[in-house]
Design a protein around this ligand. Structure first.
Ligand SMILES: CC(C)(COP(=O)(O)OP(=O)(O)OC[C@H]1O[C@@H](n2cnc3c(N)ncnc32)[C@H](O[C@H]2O[C@H](COP(=O)(O)OP(=O)(O)OP(=O)(O)O)[C@@H](O)[C@H]2O)[C@@H]1O)[C@@H](O)C(=O)NCCC(=O)NCCS
Ligand SMILES: Nc1ncnc2[nH]cnc12
Length: 273
């Protein structure tokens, strides 16, 4: 697969996620959820502004020949910092895809690297690229939600997820999506809720202002899945209720959306969808 094809799957993943609906706590074509400053058009603008970054990320992965994969991450991070600026220009300073620039950028770079290293998979490569990241980045500053939550709760957020090689995507979300059948929208909604049932989303914790919200969100997502998901009348009805609750409570699921995005990306790479 060429760097261009890999980069194109990344852009597709961003667009597939935003059109999936109805997503609780997130923007979709029918609803802004708890994000009055965003709509689906903003996400389209943001997604298209990142095309050049994904091509760069794929090239970094293709051209890297050293053995220490942390050096590949350093190169990617430089490109990512520039991509964040490009995104904020495209969205007039609204944070649509900061987490996705980080997580999806890692997957694009790792996928390109794996084209020439068939003995490795993306999850292992990302884990090697980001070894020591929590220790390096967290513990001093408290400017961002991730930095504050590490100091307050000892949670490593997206950085810990990356260091571990995104096990939720590898072991839970991707196999779940692969096994699912039916309409793609339903499969992706159910996969999102499978992710919500297990992760600690730093965006949700920040919005709620407490850590107990994690357990609550796990229970809600499990209930939805137990009802049979979006393909059943009961699951559909419960999803509508959840949408309303997330809006009323001003709860967002930005981190879960990013994990769905990388699950979609990997599913496209593996021809699962
Ligand atoms: C490593 C970076 C992502 C930077 O981290 P930073 O500390 O700036 O950010 P975090 O607060 O740690 O947020 C990381 C984003 O990752 C997503 N996320 C959250 N939980 C998880 C999880 N368990 N697994 C995977 N991904 C997760 C999430 O992104 C989405 O939510 C975003 C909006 O969230 P937030 O930032 O909390 O909130 P607001 O902007 O206030 O928005 P609203 O609440 O109003 O909605 C959205 O973008 C989604 O994508 C987390 O936000 C990376 O950026 C980096 O390396 N940057 C470079 C930094 C650097 O090296 N600088 C050098 C100079 S110092
Ligand atoms: N659809 C969405 N709504 C809000 N934040 C997001 N971050 C990534 N995708 C998102």
């Amino acid at each position: 697969m060429s760097p261009q094809e890999i980069a194109q799957n990344a852009e597709k993943a961003l667009l597939y996620e935003v059109v999936t609906n109805p997503k609780p706590g997130l923007v979709d074509p029918a609803d802004r959820g708890p994000h009055p400053d965003m709509d689906v058009y903003l996400f389209i603008n943001s997604s298209l502004s990142l095309g050049e970054y994904f091509r760069q990320a794929a090239k970094i992965g293709t051209n890297f020949t050293d053995t220490d994969l942390r050096e590949m991450f350093k190169k990617l991070r430089q490109a990512g910092i520039q991509a964040e600026k490009t995104m904020f220009e495209a969205t007039k300073k609204i944070n649509t895809h900061k987490g996705a620039i980080f997580s999806l950028g890692l997957f694009v770079c790792a996928s390109a690297y794996c084209q020439r290293h068939r003995d490795l998979d993306e999850f292992e490569v990302i884990s090697k690229m980001t070894q020591g990241l929590v220790k390096h980045d967290l513990g001093q500053k408290n400017d961002t939600a991730g930095e504050r939550q590490f100091l307050k709760y000892g949670k490593g957020g997206v950085r810990a997820e990356a260091e571990a090689g995104y096990p939720i995507v590898k072991n839970v979300a991707l196999p779940f999506l692969a096994k699912s059948t039916g309409e793609l929208n339903t499969r992706l909604l159910d996969t999102l809720m499978k992710i919500v049932s297990q992760i600690e989303d730093s965006n949700l914790i920040k919005r709620a202002g407490n850590i107990q919200v994690v357990e609550w969100s796990h229970e809600q997502a499990e209930k939805y899945l137990d009802l049979g998901g979006y393909g059943t009348a009961a699951g559909k009805e419960f999803m509508q209720e959840l949408n309303q609750t997330f809006k009323e409570e001003n709860y967002s699921l930005g981190g879960s959306a990013d994990l769905l995005i990388i699950t979609i990306f990997m599913a496209l790479q593996k021809n699962i969808i």
